[in-house]
Design a protein around this ligand. Sequence first.
Ligand code: SF4
Length: 451
Amino acid sequence: MTELDVSPLARPLITRRQTRKVFVGGIAIGGGAPIVVQSMTNTDTVDVAGTVAQVKALADAGSELVRITVNTAEAAAAVPAIRERLDALGCDVPLIGDFHFNGHKLLSNFPDCARALAKYRINPGNVGKGSKHDPQFAVMIEKAIEHGKPVRIGVNWGSLDQELLASMMDENAKSTRPLDAAQVMREAMVTSAIRSATFAEALGLPGDRIILACKVSGVQDLIAIYTELARRCDYPLHLGLTEAGMGSKGIVASTSALAILLQQGIGDTIRISLTPEPNGDRTREVIVAQEILQTMSLRSFSPLVSACPGCGRTTSVFFQTLADKIQTYLRAEMPSWRERYPGVENMTVAVMGCVVNGPGESKMANIGISLPGTGEVPVAPVFVDGQKTVTLKGDAVAEEFQQIVADYVRATYGGEPPAAHLRPQQKSIVIRPQREASDRPAPAHSERGGD
Ligand code: SF4
């Protein structure tokens, strides 16, 4: 056995946990399927037009499942119309109904709603207290069986079954080696999820129609709970940090927790529960979810731009502007590129600020540009698949680089003949960017390579 055989470098980086496979509409979750990105609307479901618009926006951004609140009779009555309008728009994203307190009544009284939804989310802490709990939970499961739907049993620590928690606290107090309160709470969450799933199967729901979730807002709690949940069952798991928060805090906390679990192979579908800024874009949570999966090499959704952070060697914000412009351009093009240029989602682009790491990083990307830092000759060499091709300079660097990226996509993923500026070390190249009316006039020519 060689040193390499026992080295972590020689092992698979991530081995996914083996689970049952559950279909939600046409989307497979678990059983080796790609990890699914999902999201949730924040519109009033009664507002059919508003909810349709937001579901469509989330789906267009890449959400493969979208959850909507079904909290009242009026909301349940609106669900079939929402489904019909989405279908009419050519948007077939499966809809998940989020039920609390009255799901047993709504699913019974609104069979068209029950049929229009692709999955029911059931919170075992919110299905009724005392003697009502089991019968009301059973009604929801019976409706899932009747309509052939899967369920997510979604425990949340903010609504954890208090009777279960109290009885486990009592048991713990009698133990010779009692756990602390936080440990009992974690155990109660795992127990609530697994008991509910076992009960659902006993009622007749097939085991391959059950997904579990146990959401908390603390990163360490989430990791501990999901690690234990994964050890005790083979249901697919829906990962998410609940109440993650706003802005960078929400993104960092969600990424910290999910990355550790995903690295252990745990997690079959994810949702990032970001609080949008006032009037902020709800689709941000979809982009963040995609970026977590893509930066961990678990899935590819859109070409990613690597950019250096900048430092004292860069005195202008030009390279930051260029990196942002290219990333925005790539995202905007992806809806049409995805169909026309299979594999383009794996493309990498580098935008670097100076000669220190610029050429090296650019060579490792599919396309990279190394911009001039302070005191450097004001030229920007471009690298395509590791080879220097052209050197740009002048006022139209951004437009020309964007054009090179577009030409690379057409040649590499669309089979078109490569443009001259995609070949190594051309002496004299003319790049004709597709310009917008508001842009500056194009220069007579671009600079040649090899300087
Ligand atoms: S590549 Fe250059 S500009 Fe960018 S961080 Fe490194 S040294 Fe600074």
